[in-house]
Design a protein around this ligand. Structure first.
Ligand SMILES: Cc1ncc(COP(=O)(O)O)c(C=O)c1O
Length: 391
């Protein structure tokens, strides 16, 4: 119904398959099957207590109304301090727009910058909403393939070859969803070198997982000379502080662009929730040990999972350096990755996301989120081994 009434642009939007897989897995669970959930990208840790208490305090002291559209000054200040500390970027509150989640920064950036026909270079496989937002804004998505050969890092030479006079934006994401790949400082440096001769190209740097790096954290591209004014940083509270349902994120961008993002916010959300913003101040300025505890747990699970997957005949998995995803190659079984995933769920009760739900270059892979207990991971690996032995 209404197919002819709905605007054409709606057909340009795509969804995130992980939510559909979760619905399918939940339906199987309702039938009494025991499912191991490794499909969804959210930490399995509770939001730290100090953040929850700060939200209560804020509600009790009246933070229940509208706030200034770009966010409460106390939060924008805290984000600026945090960015100086963790990203080595010299920034100020006028460069910060607080929004409900990391996703709106993507959406608003495309709406703000992209004219029909503009090209946007984006990693593939990657978060599916990138491609969806690019198309919705009328842009042309230009995939930059990521490959296992270099640990799914950025291939700057390949990127250079994709730049045309129509390139408006380059999108990067490190650590990456779905691969767990992390750029090296040299990657970031050569990306900056490649973009310097093209001053009109903007960069959207999705840094939502940047506290979840297992080795040395590479710098933000915005901290390199000449890069800050053209970079829009996307970050937020969902992953670092286990706050996916709180819906809070932010953009760090040139004050002139921030005004446009604020305009998109005033036209869509008015502001992010006031008490959530106060809880976020506590997240940034309070103790950080919960982040370190979570990272240690992810690292332990990663080490187990990747070694165990590589022990299954036919599967190879490179070592993710960040986030909480493994991206094993299952192409040797001769099934397309969606069929593999559907059967893995139906026949073995392991819910995973198929590689092509992150773009065409994800064929042959599946994404396993290890944001679940080691016990569940052990059982999942056992089931995957049994399943693949039957193929
Ligand atoms: C790469 C990446 N960017 C952004 C987001 C969006 O985060 P949020 O839930 O804060 O909107 C996600 C969520 O999964 C993600 O994986």
């Amino acid at each position: 119904m209404f197919e002819h009434s709905v605007a054409h642009r709606m057909s340009l939007l795509h969804t995130e398959s992980a939510f559909g897989i979760m619905a399918h897995a939940n339906a199987l669970e309702a039938q009494g099957k025991r499912i191991i959930h490794m499909e969804i990208g959210q930490p399995d840790f509770k939001t730290p207590r100090n953040i929850i208490e700060a939200a209560y305090r804020a509600m009790n002291s009246g933070y229940t109304g509208y706030t200034p559209t770009p966010g409460l000054p106390v939060l924008r200040n805290a984000i600026a301090d945090y960015a100086r500390r963790w990203k080595q970027i010299d920034t100020s509150p006028e460069e910060i727009v607080v929004v409900p989640g990391g996703k709106p920064v993507m959406f608003y950036t495309m709406l703000m910058l992209i004219e029909p026909g503009d090209e946007v270079i984006y990693p593939n496989p990657s978060f599916p909403i990138y491609e969806s937002c690019i198309k919705f804004a009328g842009g042309v998505p230009v995939p930059l393939p990521l490959t296992a050969e270099n640990g799914f890092r950025l291939d700057v030479n390949r990127l250079r070859a994709l730049i045309t006079p129509k390139t408006k934006l380059v999108l990067i994401n490190s650590p990456s969803n779905p691969t767990g790949g992390v750029f090296t400082p040299e990657d970031i440096q050569s990306l900056a070198d490649a973009l310097r001769p093209h001053p009109d190209i903007f960069i959207l740097s999705d840094e939502i997982y940047d506290r979840l790096v297992f080795g040395k954290k590479p710098p933000s591209i915005a901290s390199l000379p000449g890069m800050k004014d053209r970079t829009i940083i996307l970050d937020g509270f969902s992953k670092t502080y286990s706050m996916t349902g709180w819906r809070l994120g932010y953009g760090i961008l040139h004050p002139d662009l921030a005004k446009h993002m604020e305009m998109l916010m005033v036209n869509s959300n008015s502001c992010a929730a006031a008490f959530t913003q106060m809880a976020a101040v506590e997240a940034l300025t309070g103790p950080q040990n919960s982040v370190e505890t979570m990272k240690r747990a992810f690292r332990e699970r990663r080490d187990y999972l990747v070694a165990a997957l590589n022990g299954i005949p036919g599967i190879t998995c490179c070592m993710p350096q960040g986030a909480f995803y493994a991206f094993p190659d299952i192409s040797s079984f001769g099934l397309d990755c969606k069929t593999f995933c559907d059967r893995l769920l139906e026949e073995a009760g392991v819910a995973a996301a198929w590689g092509t739900s992150f773009g065409a270059y994800g064929e042959g892979y599946l994404r396993l989120s290890y944001a679940t207990s080691l016990e569940n991971i052990r059982e999942a690996v056992r089931r995957i081994g049994d399943f693949t032995a039957r193929l």
